[in-house]
Design a protein around this ligand. Structure first.
Ligand SMILES: NC(=O)c1ccc[n+]([C@@H]2O[C@H](COP(=O)([O-])OP(=O)(O)OC[C@H]3O[C@@H](n4cnc5c(N)ncnc54)[C@H](O)[C@@H]3O)[C@@H](O)[C@H]2O)c1
Length: 357
């Protein structure tokens, strides 16, 4: 990268699988900002800005690399003209910066994004919000999802939820032979921004709901929808047709897969598998897993469509419905290749990226 940085470049290491990896130290905040661009083969790389505590700043860079590669898959599978990237700001403690301190780190992040000349388009992720995108936007125009009143497309969680429910139709079709959600039981883990919308949409579709969250305040939504509530520790063991992870990643492991009592797992939570091999454990138990990179793409489809391509809501609804078609294609490929949907999704994404080269 030849762009002059207004602050110290800590590392600009060549990486065999990524186009660009940079770690800079913000001149205002002194925080380490890692930006990984995995691919721009299909277009400018889009991906969120994670602001989180890391004991070891090197782990933040490793996370940026891993998450950027997943964004390449997500964007390719969503049919978007975008590659994948991620920014990670490593906080030294669990305390969330506020006020002037937060503004300083967001301006540093904005400068780092701007220095990449538009090859990276940033959005919100864990630890950052649409309001933060407005502050980043004071330093760069390469940012999505500012609040609607600031000229952005705002919170994408409803669109992520719409995509998830569309995906659940394809999952129901695959396991029951009919796409209807009515009368099926879904176990929604996490009633946050996306999970609450998913629960409401499933309720509207006539589904039965078993829900949980570590935040007891979300129980009121369960009561409002007449959903059964389970303790978070029991969520994985609850008998449901489809388990819908909508909280944190890393939920599916060699320890948790044997506990499951469901026909399928499909939800918006990112990085549900602790490691790629866990996909095989799910398949061995006859549990269909819908890759999260496909299921969770409604938000990025909507945000980039509104802000970067000025697409109509009608077209965006059609694109979000396309998530079900992609998922059917992944399931079909997995059957044909006698492999897991996770592997098939990776193959399909790689084909699409190669096609864009
Ligand atoms: N917001 C989006 O548009 C979007 C887009 C793509 C993917 N995702 C992914 O979807 C997931 C949810 O995102 P969100 O924006 O709704 O986040 P959020 O923080 O609003 O909601 C997460 C919810 O999960 C709950 N939770 C945390 N740990 C839990 C546990 N162990 N058991 C049960 N509940 C638990 C939290 O209390 C919270 O209510 C994340 O993995 C996120 O990366 C979100």
């Amino acid at each position: 990268m030849t762009t002059a940085f207004p602050y110290a470049l800590v590392a600009d290491a060549p990486n065999p699988s990524h186009e660009l990896v940079q770690v800079v130290r913000g001149r205002r905040s002194s925080l380490a900002i890692s930006i990984a661009i995995h691919s721009t083969s299909l277009g400018p790389a889009a991906g969120g800005c994670r602001i989180a505590h890391y004991d070891d700043p090197a782990a933040a860079t490793a996370d940026a690399l891993r998450l950027a590669a997943a964004m390449t898959e997500k964007n390719a599978l969503a049919g978007l003209p975008h590659g994948g990237a991620k920014a990670v700001v490593a906080l030294p403690t669990a305390a969330r910066p506020t006020g002037a301190e937060r503004t300083a780190l967001l301006h540093d992040l904005g400068d780092a994004i701007e220095s990449l000349g538009g090859s990276y388009i940033a959005g919100p992720d864990v630890g950052s919000s649409p309001a933060d995108m407005s502050v980043i936007g004071e330093r760069t125009s390469h940012v999505c999802c500012r609040p609607v009143e600031d000229g952005g497309s705002g919170d994408s969680s409803l669109h992520t939820a719409r995509g998830t429910v569309t995906a659940l139709g394809a999952v129901a079709d695959e396991i029951f032979g009919v796409p209807e959600l009515s009368g099926r039981t879904f176990g929604v883990i996490g009633l946050g921004a996306v999970g609450a919308h998913v629960a409401r949409l499933l309720d509207r579709a006539g589904a039965r709901l078993v829900v949980t969250d570590v935040n007891p305040a979300t129980r009121s939504l369960a009561e409002e929808l007449g959903a059964s509530w389970v303790h978070p520790d029991d969520a994985l063991k609850t008998e449901v047709d489809v388990l819908v992870p909508a909280a944190l990643g890393g939920l599916l492991t060699k320890h948790t897969v044997p506990l499951l009592r469901c026909a399928a797992v499909a939800g918006p939570a990112n990085n549900q598998l602790d490691e790629p091999d866990t996909a095989r454990l799910l398949a061995a138990r006859g549990i269909l897993w819908a890759p999260d990179v496909v299921v969770s793409s409604g938000g990025v489809i909507h945000a980039t469509g509104v802000e970067l391509r000025q697409e109509s809501e009608e077209l965006l609804t059609e694109r979000i419905r396309g998530i079900a078609l992609t998922l059917r294609q992944v399931f079909r490929m997995a059957r044909d290749l006698q492999t897991t949907p996770a592997f098939a999704a990776g193959q399909l994404a790689a084909q699409r990226v190669r096609g864009g080269e």
